[in-house]
Design a protein around this ligand. Structure first.
Ligand code: URA
Length: 205
């Protein structure tokens, strides 16, 4: 009906607005690297009506070339974990904390995080997920602060696979910190734990 059509179009427009603003972000320290390499910012992909939002760190090379999140080697492992709990990738939304690729996959700087995080804040506001899944410590550290539960922060080795409760301004939300999929690529013996942690998402499907 017209009500839901309007809601959907508003979400799409709001997401497009974010894309346009990031495309025009000439003030970013990553802007020159983007243009020199013909990289494209990676805003995010998936359903705007999902209960489940994944937040990675920043695009890698494959992602920056294609504008799609988690489409390289880490993405392949993420896809395997989604399949393991019969969760369709199209039914969730996948975004990153930082929207442009940092040089040679280095960690994003605090300045870069501060510059890009407000776009993620707006994506959370648009989607209003029931659970935010943080892939890696950068998105975990930022989103725990943003959700007002900074006091719960410990190293990710102590928090992975545990559900927390926070608030992004529209009500109570679950937060699930997980190891970044790249961990499983460097350390195949971690995969067992990572697949086990993923099962915590079944209840939100
Ligand atoms: N790693 C991330 O954190 N995000 C991506 O989109 C790909 C790899």
């Amino acid at each position: 009906n017209l009500f839901w059509y309007t809601v959907c179009m508003d979400k799409r427009e709001a997401m497009k607005q974010i894309r346009d603003e990031v495309l025009a972000l000439t003030s970013s320290p990553l802007y020159a690297y983007r243009t020199e390499n013909s990289y494209i910012p990676v805003i995010g992909e998936g359903s705007h009506d999902t209960h489940i939002l994944f937040v990675g760190e920043a695009p890698g090379e494959q992602e920056a070339k294609s504008a799609r999140p988690f489409c390289g080697r880490s993405g392949k492992l993420l896809d395997e974990m989604l399949t393991s709990i019969s969760l369709d990738r199209e039914k969730v939304y996948i975004a990153n904390l930082v929207k442009d690729r940092p040089q040679d996959n280095r960690d994003p700087t605090p300045e870069e995080i501060a510059l890009y995080a407000p776009f993620l804040d707006r994506q959370i506001e648009i989607i209003q997920p029931k659970v935010v899944v943080m892939l890696g410590r950068h998105s975990m550290n930022y989103l725990f602060k943003r959700a007002g539960i900074e006091d719960k922060l410990l190293p990710i080795s102590k928090m992975h696979g545990e559900l927390f409760e926070g608030d992004f301004g529209y009500g109570k939300v679950a937060l699930l910190p997980l190891y970044h999929p790249a961990v499983g690529l460097y350390n195949p013996n971690m995969k067992g734990v990572m697949f086990e942690d993923f099962k915590k998402l079944e209840q939100f499907k």
